[in-house]
Design a protein around this ligand. Sequence first.
Ligand SMILES: Cc1cc2nc3c(=O)[nH]c(=O)nc-3n(C[C@H](O)[C@H](O)[C@H](O)COP(=O)(O)OP(=O)(O)OC[C@H]3O[C@@H](n4cnc5c(N)ncnc54)[C@H](O)[C@@H]3O)c2cc1C
Length: 318
Amino acid sequence: MTDPATTAFDVIIVGGGPAGLCAAMYAGRGMLRAVLLERGVTGGELLNTEKIEDYPGFISILGPDLAEKMTEHAKAFGADIRQENVEGIHRLPDGAFEVRASEGIVYHAPTVILTAGGLPTKLGVPGEEEFAGRGVSYCAVCDGAFFKGETIAVVGGGDAAVEEADYLTRYAEKVYLIHRRDALRASKLIQERAFANPKIEMVWNTRVLEMRGTPAGLNELLVEDTVEGGERTLAVTGSFIFVGFVPNSGLIKEHFEHDAAGYIITDDRMMTSVPGLFAAGDLRVQLTRQITTAVGDATTAAIAVEKYLTDRKAMAGA
Ligand SMILES: Cc1cc2nc3c(=O)[nH]c(=O)nc-3n(C[C@H](O)[C@H](O)[C@H](O)COP(=O)(O)OP(=O)(O)OC[C@H]3O[C@@H](n4cnc5c(N)ncnc54)[C@H](O)[C@@H]3O)c2cc1C
């Protein structure tokens, strides 16, 4: 409990994607004693992103290059980045936090900023991993513009899939909306908009078996009729998968407010319903999940942490 290597902090940042790195940069500039715990290499989803064209200041930049720049920037302001896999975040009776990492290492601090992101659910079919970033995508806002005038597919039947299929028609010439059943789960209004869109062709009762292509990228999907059982191919250069997203909010070992899908609800200072526990980036309830929104959340969270600590000290001294 008294080892300064794990206790001498004002804030523990969990996750080293754009949100975590930005929070570490702000915390460093704000003279907070911060530690960032990242289970792998810093950069988060940037490391799985080919080209980014919507981060201000860079007309086009490769994801890993932006990850490196954000890491350097955080380190330039003194970020203490450690490779640790966090297993749980507990609030102690005195209001401080215990963050348990692998191999029994336990960190303590009065505040935590959770920026552990989440993972899009994969279809798990052959070719999906091979063509990720070369035709296969999980983010329409991020990658839609790369498919101008092309024929693409969207897989899924919920709000996200149907809404994004409609959105993607502003770029693509044609969008196949592939769903394994004969009715969508999306809300009626969203469905009606999609049915009225002449660029969307519904592909009912169908599941993707394989994604195929050449070294240049994806060029067809092998699909199966879930009722009749027959197989056929669809010629597409892009395939957007929207079959779910799992936020890494399960690390919080207290009751906290969240929506039905497990996304964390915060106030406008990014504080969760657990006092002193802040959340930023993809795992938070919000309209869209982008690099800009992740760093925006993190900026607010880091500054809110400073204010929270000042208020806590004032209350303790009063
Ligand atoms: C393929 C793809 C392309 C995209 N393209 C764009 C784009 O062009 N433009 C754009 O604006 N957005 C894009 N996005 C979205 C953008 O990448 C995310 O919104 C952004 O990365 C969110 O940042 P984050 O820090 O909240 O989460 P993440 O980037 O997911 O980072 C979370 C970090 O937390 C770490 N972590 C998780 N659990 C633990 C744990 N238990 N212990 C320690 N560390 C942990 C992870 O290893 C990861 O490094 C894309 C996303 C994907 C998947």
